[in-house]
Unconditional design. Sequence first.
Lengths: 782, 189
Amino acid sequence: MNCNKLILAIIASSLSSVSVSLERLSDSTLSNVQGQSGLTIEQSQLLNIDDLSYIDDGNSLNIQGLRISSQTDVNASSSQRYLLDIGADGALSIEATVNPTQLHIDAIRINNSVGSFGDLTLNFESVTNFSIKGMSTGGLEGSFATGISNADLIWQTNTHSMSFEDIAFNASIDSFTFEYDAIDNTKGFTRTGLAFGMDNFDFSFSTGALSLAGVSLGELSGDLALSANLQVFGGGRYGTQGLTLHSQVSILSDPTNYVKFTDDGNSLYMGNFSGSLNVTNLTLDVESGHLAMGFDQLDGAFNAGTILIGDSSRPIGSVELTFLFNDDDLNGRYNRFQLYPGIRQPDFNLMPTGIKTYAENFYSGMTPASEGLSLATQWNLANAEVAYIDDGRRVVFSGIESYGSANTTIDVRDQKIAIGISDLKGSYSIDGLKVGNDSAQLQGGAELLLALEVYQAMDFDIDGFTEITAGGVSGGGIRINGDYYFSNANIGLSVDENDNGIWATGVNYDIHLRDITFDVEGDGIQINRGEQWSTMDVANLRWGNKTDGRSLGRIKLERFERNSLLAISPGGAGEVCVGAAAVSAVTCGAAGGRWEDRGEQGMTVSLKAAFSDAGTTTDGSAQARNRFTWENNRSESSPGEYINDTGTQMIFDNYSTNDGLGTSDTNSYGLQANLNIDVFETKVLKKTDGVDANGIAGDLGEELIYDDSSRNSYTYIATPNEAQKTLRPLGFAVQGNVSFKELNIDSVQLKHPDVVAPQAVFYGVVMQNLNLTTNLTATPIQ
Amino acid sequence: MIKKIMIILCFMPTFYVFALEPLAEDELQKVLGQGGVYLSGDITINENGGPLNDASDASTPAIWQANCSGASTNKRCGARIAVNAGDGANSGWLVLDNIRGRFSFEGMTLKTRTINDGFSGDGVLFDNDVLEIGLPNKVSYGDVSYTLANSSKARPTDVGFNQTDILNVKVDGDVTMRGNLLLFPTGTP
C-alpha cells in the first residue's frame, strides 16, 4: 500500500513551493511566549504538479495537472494563515484560514489511459479550527470545526461543464480519536489498521445552484448529525495492495436533520432523520484499466419522520427503510463497482434493433479519448422493507429483493448531462404487504402498486439513454429526453411468494420520451410529459408461473401522447362519505353511507393523459398511434414458442382524446384521473358462514376486527363498537375521479391471419362527457 | 395498469367464465398461494354532470352547457357512448346517452390462486392458476339511468345531428351477487 508515499509526495511537493523560513526560538524565548497568542504562520502558495500517481500492485491512478493557486490568476499564489497555540491541557490548537483559493485537476487517468474522468475545479475559502493531543492509551484525540464558503465545484468533460455554485459547508466534530489499534480478521488472517472515532459529527451544506450552461437544475441543502467509527487497513480485494475500510455510522435522531431540493423557491423536503449504516470490507483497488470498489455487506436503516412536497403545512407522512446488501457466493451475485476513465461505448451490434440507432446517435462524436465516467456495476439486495406511515397507520412493502448488473456512462455535453445505460440486466421482486406493524403476517396486495405502474416483480434487460438539461416549465427544474428498450422482460402483475400468479412474459417495451420536465411547485411535484410514444409487446400473458403457465395470447399496446401531465401533491381525501352523497357525518349516515375521516396526511396523484391522434412524432423519427391488439391462435415455431402476427387479432385502433368536437379539435383536457390516496381502516365483511381459512368462525356479513393493535389475531363481529372500528384491517383508501370530454376510437377491428388487412367491426366509438368518481378501499387479504 | 387489465378482461369473448357454487371452507383451506385485494366502495357517474357541461369554460359548445346539480334532469348531464356498427359514414350510430348513477358494493375480491383440488375431483385435473373475482354480496344501485337511442351523428355538435330516443332506463335497489368468477386462459395462445 502506497498511501504513505502519496502523503509524503504531497507534503514534499507542497514544501517545494512554500516560501516560509523560520528561525529557531531559544528555550528562554519560548518560556516567555507561554500563555501568549501562539504562533502565526502566513503562507502563500502556488502549487503545480504535472503528475501525481498512486500505485497499487503496479497499477497507477494518475492525477495530472494538479494546481493550487489564486482564484483570480492561476499563475499567482493563494494565501493561507495558520494560528498555532498550545493549550493548558497540552493540546495543539490550530486555526487555519484559507483565503480564496482554486484547486484544479486537468485529468484523472488509470495507467495514463487515453480517456480521463474529466477535469475538476474547486474554488473555495475556509476557516478551520482543530485541536489535537495525545491519548494516554496511545493515539490522538481532539475536536474539529470547519466552515467553507463562496465555493464552486465544476466538473468539465470535453469542454462542457456542470457546476455546483455558491456552496457553503459547515462541519464540526465534538470529539474524535485516531489510533492504530484496529484489528481485522475478515480475510482469514489478522491485520492491524487505523481506527477513527467521531462523536457528534454535525454538518450542513447548501448550494446556490446546480447549474448546466448557466441554467439551474435546482438547489440542494441539508443538515445531518451522526456518530461514526471507521477502521482502515492496508490491502484491498485484489493483489496485495489497496485499501479496506469498515464503518459503523449512526444517524443521530435529531429533528433538525434534513435534506431539501429547491426549485424556484419551492422545495421537496425530507427531515427528522434517524438511522444507521454499517459497511463491511469496503475495498478500493487500482486495476489495469479501472478503479475497483466493492463491499461484502452494507446494511442499515433510514427513517424520515417528515416529508413535504411544496406545501410545508401538509406533510404526506413518513417513511422507514431497512436494507441489506450482501455478497451471495452461491448464486454469484456481488456488490462491486468498476470506475473507468473516459467513455466506454457499448457494442451496438449486440443491441436490439429497436434501440440500436438511438444508441449510435447518443454516442456519436465520442472517441476513446473522450472525457467522462464509465461504470460497471453489480448489486445484490438481499432484503429490504419499506414502510409508509400515514397519520400513524403503517403499511410495509416487505421482502424486496433485487440483483443485477449494468454498464453506465456519464458525461457533460452541450448544456446536457448524458447518461447511457446498457445491459442493465437483473431482477426484482416484492413478497407482499404487512399492515399495522412489521411483525404482522405477510399478505398479498402489492398489486395495488400497479396503479402507479410499479410492478410486483420483474426480470429485465434494459438499454436506455438519457439526456438531462436544466430548466423545467418555469425557471429552474429538470428536463429529460430519453430512449429506452426492455428486451424479453418478464413482468409479475399479481404473483405470490413462490412466483406464481399472472405474468406478462417475453415483453419487449420500446419507450421514447421528449421534453419531460420535472418542477417543484407550491402545491406539489409536477411532471409534464411533452411527447411520449411507446410500444409494449407482450409475447404471452400467462396464468401460473412465468415459464410455462397457460397463456392468454399476445398483447400489444402502442401509446402516443403529447402534453400529458402527472402531479403529486400532499394531502389525501380528508373527510369522505362512502356510499352516498353527503357533506357531513350525520347526513351521510342518514343517506345510507359511511363517513370516514382519512386525516391530514396522504397524497394526491393527478394524471392527465392526452392521447394523440395518429401521426408523426415531432422529431420525425417515427409514426406513432394509440392502439391495443390482442392476438391468439398463433402458429408454433416449436412447442410452446408462438410466432407473432400468425394468429387472429382483435384491434382497438387509433384511440385518442380531444376537447369534444372530434379528432380535429384541441386536446387540452385529455383523460384526467385524480387519486387521493390514504392508508385507512377498511371494512372487511365475511363472505360465507362458517370457519374461514385460518380457522376463525363467523357468519356472512360480519366484520373482521383485529383483537388488539398487534393485529396478529382477529374475530368476526356483527356490530363493532367505535373502539373496535379502530382495529379494522388497514388498507389503501382511494378517492378517485376519472373524466374526459371525448375519448374516440377510430375503429374496432378483427384480423384473420389469411387476410392482409384487418376488417372493421365498429367504424367508430365516441365516448363523451364522462365524470366518474370512486371511493374505494383496497385491503390486502390472505 | 389496472385499467389495462380491465380492458383485457372486458374483451375476451373466448374466455371461459365460470360462476361456481361457493367453496366449502375446508376446500378453501386447500387453496394454495397468497391472497389479493378486497375492494369496497362506490362508483358514481356524472353526479354533477361532466366536463363538457362546464358553462364557465368558453370553449364548451352551447349544446352541452347545462346546470347539472344532483337534482338536474337535463339530458345533456350524463355521459354518452356512440357506436357505429354499420359501414362508417353512411350509417347511423347506436347511442347510450345520459348515463348517470351510483353503484356501491362491499367486498369484491381480486386474487390469483391455484386450483388443484375440490370441484368434485375436477380441480385435480385442472391443476392451474386462475384469476378469481369474488363477487360482492350486495351491489346497491342509486338513481342509475341511461337512454338508448339512435343518432344520425356521433356528437350532438356535429352538423346534421338528429337523435331518436328509444327507451329510458332507471334502476334503484339492491342486487345480491354470490360466488366467484374464475378467469383463465384456454385454447391456443
